[in-house]
Ligand binder design. Structure first.
Ligand SMILES: NC(=O)c1ccc[n+]([C@@H]2O[C@H](COP(=O)([O-])OP(=O)(O)OC[C@H]3O[C@@H](n4cnc5c(N)ncnc54)[C@H](O)[C@@H]3O)[C@@H](O)[C@H]2O)c1
Length: 357
C-alpha cells in the first residue's frame, strides 16, 4: 500500500502502475465518503473511467459518470453548462467529489466543474496522458476556452490528490506520448543536470513507453511543478520559468492554427529557438543547445520548423501576458538548472528573428 503523503504543494501525488482496482483503492483513500462524479472523455471513458466507476461501485460507493467528446473543443462553455445541468439532474451535496479521469482537457474541465458546483466541491485528478501527469493535473489551474482565446475563464482549484495513472499509458497514441515528453524535457532543463542526464540515459526507454522510466520522468516533472506552484501559486515570478520554450512555441502553435503541430512539438521547437537566441546574446552555451537538440531528436520530437514571417513570430508576443511595455520576459536557460527570466526588448527579438528564423 503506497503512502499518501502530501507532496510539497499540500496534496498527495501518487503513481498507479496497475488497473482500475488500484486506482479505485487510491480514490477511496483520498475521498472515503460522499458520492463520486467521474468525468472523462469519449476515448478514456470506456477504457478507464468506466472500469474505475464499476470498481468503486462494487465497494459500495455511489458513482455517477459524465462523458464529453474527446478533444480541445470540449473545453467550452456549452459543454460546461451541460455538465452543470447533468450534475444537478441527480442527487449531489458538498461532501461529493469530482474524479477527473483523462488528459489535460478532462482535468481542466473536471477541475472547473468541481470549483463551481455549489461554489466548490473537492476534485481528485487522475491524469492519463503524459502531459497531464507531468503538468496539467498539478497546480490547481482549471478552466475553459472562449472564442477570444484559450483558458480565459477558470479558477484556481487545488485537487485533494493526484493519481498518475501510469497503467493507462499503453493506449495513449504515440504522438501524444512524445508530445508530453517535451514538457518532461522542459522540466529537466529547469530542474537541473541530474534530471537532464537521466532523460538522456533513458531516452530510448522513454520513447518505447517503458513504464518505470516514464514514471520517473513524469514524477520529476510533477514534483518540480508542485514545488514551483507551492512557492508561487498565483503566477508571480517563479512560475514563469515553467514557460521555458513557450514564447516561440506559442507563435508556432498559433501560426499553424492550433492543429498541424501539437503543443508539445511546438514547445520542443520553442526551447531550441530560445536556446539559440540565448547563444546569440552570450547567455546559453552552444553545448547546452546541442545536448537539448540530441535529446529531443532521440525522443523523436521536432527541433526546427518551416520559416515563419517575422510578424507571425512577433504578433503572439505582442499579445503575450509576459509582455511588459516594449519588452517581453523571455525565459532563457544558461544550463540545466539555471534558467532566468530576461526582459528583452521586442525590437531586439524582431531583429534576431529577421536574420535567424
Ligand atoms: N491546468 C493546467 O495547468 C494546464 C497545463 C498544461 C496544459 N493544460 C491543458 O491540457 C490540455 C492538453 O492536455 P492533453 O495533451 O492531455 O490533451 P487531451 O486531454 O486532449 O488528451 C489528448 C488525447 O489523448 C487521449 N487520451 C488521454 N489519455 C489517454 C490514454 N491513456 N489512452 C488513450 N487515449 C488517451 C484523449 O482522449 C485525447 O484524445 C489543453 O487543454 C491545455 O490547455 C492545462
Amino acid at each position: 500500500v503506497q503512502p499518501l503523503e502530501d507532496a510539497i504543494c499540500g496534496y498527495p501525488i501518487v503513481a498507479a502502475g496497475g488497473g482500475a482496482e488500484e486506482v479505485a483503492e487510491l480514490v477511496e483513500r483520498l475521498r472515503p465518503t460522499g458520492r463520486l462524479l467521474v468525468v472523462s472523455d469519449s476515448n478514456v471513458g470506456p477504457l478507464y473511467a468506466k472500469p474505475l466507476a464499476d470498481e468503486l461501485r462494487s465497494s459500495g460507493r455511489e458513482v455517477r459518470e459524465f462523458t464529453v467528446e474527446a478533444g480541445e473543443s470540449s473545453k467550452c462553455i456549452a459543454v460546461m453548462e451541460r455538465l452543470w445541468n447533468e450534475a444537478f439532474a441527480g442527487p449531489i451535496d458538498r461532501d461529493d467529489a469530482v474524479v477527473a479521469v483523462g488528459g489535460g482537457v478532462v482535468g481542466d474541465l473536471g477541475g472547473f466543474l468541481a470549483s463551481t458546483l455549489m461554489r466548490g466541491i473537492p476534485v481528485v485528478q487522475v491524469p492519463t496522458s503524459v502531459l497531464a501527469m507531468s503538468d496539467a493535473a498539478i497546480g490547481g489551474k482549471t478552466g475553459i476556452n472562449l472564442s477570444a482565446g484559450k483558458n480565459l475563464v477558470g479558477a484556481f482549484h487545488r485537487p485533494c490528490g493526484v493519481i498518475q495513472w501510469i497503467g493507462a499509458l499503453p493506449t495513449l497514441s504515440e504522438r501524444e506520448h512524445r508530445s508530453g515528453l517535451a514538457e518532461v524535457v522542459k522540466s529537466a532543463m529547469i530542474e537541473g543536470e541530474d534530471a537532464f542526464a537521466a532523460l538522456e540515459r533513458g531516452a530510448g526507454s522513454l520513447v518505447a513507453g517503458d513504464p518505470g522510466v516514464t514514471q520517473r520522468g513524469v514524477m520529476m516533472a510533477a514534483h518540480l511543478k508542485a514545488r514551483v506552484v507551492h512557492e508561487d501559486e498565483h503566477e508571480g515570478g517563479l512560475r514563469r520559468l515553467l514557460n521555458l520554450g513557450h514564447t516561440f512555441g506559442h507563435a508556432l502553435e498559433r501560426s499553424s492554427g492550433y492543429g498541424e503541430w501539437t503543443h508539445g512539438e511546438c514547445v520542443a521547437v520553442g526551447m531550441v529557438i530560445v536556446c539559440r537566441y540565448g547563444e546569440s546574446i552570450g547567455f546559453t552555451d552552444s553545448a547546452v543547445t546541442s545536448r537539448l537538440v540530441s535529446l529531443l531528436e532521440s525522443l523523436k520530437l521536432p527541433v526546427s520548423t518551416r520559416s515563419l514571417r517575422v510578424d507571425e513570430w512577433l504578433d503572439p508576443m505582442l499579445r503575450d501576458k509576459k509582455r511588459s511595455g516594449d519588452a517581453i520576459r523571455l525565459i532563457l536557460c544558461r544550463k540545466p538548472g539555471v534558467c532566468e527570466t530576461v526582459k528583452t526588448p521586442i525590437t531586439e527579438i524582431a531583429e534576431w528573428v529577421r536574420t535567424q528564423c
